[in-house]
Design a protein around this ligand. Structure first.
Ligand code: ADP
Ligand code: MG
Length: 361
């Protein structure tokens, strides 16, 4: 059971312009109490601007931000009671670990006994008990991030804001810290808004992910729904790999190259539609296979690339487009029999046959 201790956040109509540029364009977002929500988007999409608006370092031109029932848009950063762990919000190099962590408490004029108690508790939470006397230059990159985290949570904030806190760490340590941050979130229950441009990090850590592009909110969904049902081509391309095939639609019926497709829920409206194919969702059809709920595609194998745990098979569809499939290299699979040049049939389950709107850029 995880703790829920955070405040809900209600963002409505937030706009921030720099000259002609909309860094944030009319953002509406409800963040649930105790939720781990990630802002995901390419560089320059507005993630930091939105986090800074929550922290109080950026004043939006329009809109409202509530923490719980309280409007905080006019409040100074130190009045908002949020914990912060930012890329450029470094530790103080001339203070030791304990002095760094106690800083927010000293600012708040907490008494000495309580400071000691809280600092020790924070050190234990980030697994650095006994490190209080260390200098910052005596710590590894991962330990520094833990100290920064301890400093962010030491005063018991109900909202924690983190801007790419792991981006300076190497891959292994980053993956370990992702899991640690996730566990810490479950333990402390703060409403957490996390910024990253790394889609895998977002999928690993989040209850929900908000995809932003050009200051606009593209989609807000659970990791699984975002991956399986992206709102548009931009989101689909940003999260995971996929090929896009132009389809025609007549009412709710969707056609690829004259072939009617079985689809779960086609999008409504008159927009240009695309069939999104994730490489790992395609399968090789075998003789006698039950094809109910399956879309079948005739293809020619053009190239096979072995990559260890998986292999990528490039195939050419009837209309000449090339797509790829990613398949297991486990023994006894139908794909192990395939050679370059073979004509084969691929199957794609109806519920993996996702139609997305073109656009989102
Ligand atoms: P992200 O964090 O997603 O990389 P930012 O929120 O930092 O993006 O920036 C969003 C956009 O706003 C970018 O185009 C950036 O150049 C612009 N921007 C951010 N801060 C300022 C500023 N102080 N003055 C002018 N433009 C800014
Ligand atoms: Mg940023």
């Amino acid at each position: 059971m995880s703790t829920v201790n955070g405040l809900p956040i209600s963002i409505s109509g937030i706009t921030k312009r720099y000259g002609d540029l909309y860094a944030l364009d009319n953002i509406d977002l409800e963040i649930k109490q105790g939720e781990f929500l990630t802002l995901l988007g390419p560089s320059g999409s507005g993630k930091t601007t939105l986090l800074m608006a929550l922290a109080g370092f950026t004043r939006p031109d329009h809109g409202s931000i509530k923490f719980g029932d309280e409007e905080i848009i006019l409040k100074a950063p130190h009045q908002r009671g949020v914990g912060m762990m930012f890329q450029n919000y470094a530790l103080f190099p001339h203070m030791n670990v304990e002095q760094n962590i106690s800083y927010p408490l000293r600012l708040r004029k907490v008494n000495k006994t309580e400071i000691l108690e809280r600092v020790n508790q924070a050190l234990a939470t980030v697994q650095l008990t006994g490190f209080g006397d260390r200098g910052i230059d005596q710590l590894s990159g991962g330990q520094r991030q833990r100290v920064a985290l301890a400093r962010a949570i030491v005063f018991g904030p109900r909202i924690l804001l983190m801007d790419e806190p792991l981006s300076a760490l190497d891959k292994n340590l980053r993956e370990k810290m992702q899991i640690e941050l996730r566990h810490l979130h479950e333990e402390l229950g703060m409403t957490t808004v996390y910024v990253t441009h790394d889609q895998r990090e977002a999928l690993t850590m989040s209850d929900r992910i908000v995809v932003i592009n050009n200051g606009k909110l593209m989609q807000c969904a659970t990791p699984r729904n975002l991956y399986d049902y992206p709102a548009n081509k931009f989101v689909a391309e940003f999260i995971g790999e996929s090929a896009f095939l132009k389809v025609d639609h007549q009412g709710d019926d969707i056609y690829f190259n004259g072939q009617k497709l079985l689809v779960e829920t086609p999008p409504k409206g008159q927009k240009d539609l695309l069939l999104m194919i994730r490489p790992e969702r395609l399968m090789v059809m075998v003789d006698g296979q039950d094809s109910e709920n399956m879309n079948i595609f005739n293809v020619t194998v053009s190239e096979i690339v072995y990559q260890g745990e998986t292999k990528i098979i490039y195939v050419i569809l009837d209309d000449g487009t090339s797509i790829s499939m990613r398949l297991s290299t486990r023994s006894g699979q139908p794909q192990n029999e395939i050679d370059e040049g073979d004509k084969i049939k691929l199957v794609l389950h109806k519920s993996d046959t996702t139609i997305v709107e073109d656009g989102g850029y």
